[in-house]
Design a protein around this ligand. Structure first.
Ligand SMILES: NC(=O)c1ccc[n+]([C@@H]2O[C@H](COP(=O)([O-])OP(=O)(O)OC[C@H]3O[C@@H](n4cnc5c(N)ncnc54)[C@H](O)[C@@H]3O)[C@@H](O)[C@H]2O)c1
Length: 262
């Protein structure tokens, strides 16, 4: 291999297939675009069909091969349908990105049990079910598969007023490590990206002036992240060659938020 192809050989995803669940959301679409520009075919999977259609149109406009299938990540049968559709259309799923997530802010004494269950169900149970369903398919691949779960800075340090969300994201990192442990010798790697603050639909409503001040004071880089700043970490963790010895790792992409202690 000549030097010009060194990075392509190390990180390239030409001909591989990535299923991105929550792929129509802000971070999911950005990650889909990054993986797609790096050569992967993208299956956008999301509960919101209109947003799926828009996402596929945006990916295609970037020259990326993409299809969509609606899915409810809390429902195993729906995930199995997604897997079968993805396999029928693409032949093999190499990569899975679990990007579906929801959040609500409350004082602790106002936390409602049903709301708690809903957040846990999408963020934690959904991640577990989707890993289970797609690992079954990846075990049949001759070159295994790679999973990227999405944690949060809450995986390490719980933020105020997001009790279920913080617990769910701590769970996502614990689950990621446990899956890495179980499948370490069977060709499946499982890692997580833990983003800091990337204001989008889901979290913008939680960002009142006091919270923004606290976030900026707690972030050594003193700014929000741009979703494109997640792409490099995702490619590293998902790539068959560059990421080949990385499993069970949560990578914090947070401008230093979880590194700072004041
Ligand atoms: N934006 C941030 O600053 C930030 C920071 C840390 C972690 N995260 C995490 O990143 C992930 C993506 O967040 P985002 O900011 O892009 O939010 P988003 O709301 O834009 O995207 C989330 C997507 O998940 C989909 N979804 C919700 N419930 C679903 C279900 N039951 N089944 C399938 N899809 C479902 C939504 O339709 C949406 O498209 C989430 O897990 C979130 O917790 C985001």
């Amino acid at each position: 291999m000549d030097n010009a192809n060194f990075l392509q050989d190390l990180f390239g995803m030409q001909g591989q297939v990535a299923v991105v669940i929550g792929g129509a959301g802000a971070l999911g679409l950005c990650l889909s675009t990054g993986l797609g520009k790096n050569g992967a075919k993208i299956v956008v999977a999301d509960v919101n069909e209109e947003a799926c259609k828009t996402a596929v149109a945006k990916l295609e406009a970037e020259g990326i091969e993409a299809i969509y299938k609606t899915v409810n990540v809390t429902d195993k049968a729906s995930l199995c349908e997604l897997r079968e559709a993805a396999l029928a259309l693409t032949g093999q799923v190499d990569m899975l990105v679990n990007c579906a997530g929801i959040n609500v802010g409350n004082n602790f004494l106002d936390v409602d049990g049903d709301q708690w269950d809903k957040i846990m169900s999408v963020n934690l149970k959904g991640t577990m079910l989707s890993c289970q369903v797609f690992i079954e398919a990846m075990l049949a691949n001759k070159d295994g598969g790679s999973i990227l779960n999405i944690g949060s800075v809450n995986s390490a340090r719980p933020l105020s007023r997001v009790f279920a969300y913080a617990a769910s994201k701590a769970g996502v990192v614990n689950l990621t490590r446990n899956i890495a442990q179980e499948f370490g010798t069977r060709g499946i790697r499982c890692n997580a990206i833990c983003p800091g603050f990337f204001p989008a639909e889901q979290n913008r409503k939680l960002l009142d002036a006091k919270r923004v001040e606290n976030i900026m004071n707690g972030t050594p880089m003193r700014r929000y992240g741009d979703p494109n700043e997640l792409v490099g970490a995702a490619i590293l963790l998902l790539s068959k060659k560059a990421g080949s010895y990385i499993t069970g790792s949560p990578v914090y992409v947070d401008g230093g938020f979880t590194a700072s202690w004041f």
